[in-house]
Design a protein around this ligand. Sequence first.
Ligand SMILES: CC(C)(COP(=O)(O)OP(=O)(O)OC[C@H]1O[C@@H](n2cnc3c(N)ncnc32)[C@H](O)[C@@H]1OP(=O)(O)O)[C@@H](O)C(=O)NCCC(=O)NCCS
Length: 181
Amino acid sequence: MTFCFRPLRRDDLVALSGWLADPEVERWWRQPNGLEYLESKYGPRIDNSSATEVFVIEIDGEPAGIIQRYRTSDYADWAAAIAEAAPSLAGVTTAGIDYLLGRPEVRQRGIGTRAIAAFTSQLFLEMPDVEAVVVSVLQQNRASWRALERAGYERVWAGLLTSDDPSDAGPAYLLIRWRSP
Ligand SMILES: CC(C)(COP(=O)(O)OP(=O)(O)OC[C@H]1O[C@@H](n2cnc3c(N)ncnc32)[C@H](O)[C@@H]1OP(=O)(O)O)[C@@H](O)C(=O)NCCC(=O)NCCS
């Protein structure tokens, strides 16, 4: 099984809507669905006028999910939440990633782990100012934090984040992968 990343396109939004409606995705990736909403949220990202860059994960040539990246400093509320949870990261230039595999048959096969590892390495290459990638995960979402750990991230914090994002509601971990020397 091979996978690659390519930029999200407008004609992916129907598939994205289906992935977001998958019960295992809906459980953790909590956001409104529907094409009008998705166009308003992802249109600027597709047009490169957003601080977040979104990529489709293709497995054996078939779109199977998305993975996105952004500089933490571009989202003031999120930067504040991280600074409150992990004051030791003050002054560190960090990025964040989010990901989903939208079809049950592609999950639990090691793809998430491999995709996160490869995407993080690519991020460090393409965003040379970023010193570390920081990800928040709900503690109950074992698949996500284990995939991060297997991709070279370490857990650095556990607690409740100050965030109004529904995906952050509940006890969470922060995991971090530093740029390799
Ligand atoms: C999170 C996600 C990308 C992980 O990718 P994946 O390909 O399914 O995971 P992997 O096969 O690489 O497995 C990684 C680890 O998670 C475990 N795992 C996978 N699915 C699991 C599940 N449903 N419940 C508990 N553990 C699970 C695996 O056993 C492995 O752990 P191990 O090394 O201890 O055996 C994928 O499950 C997903 O898209 N989930 C829905 C959306 C989501 O949660 N996004 C993240 C929001 S923070």
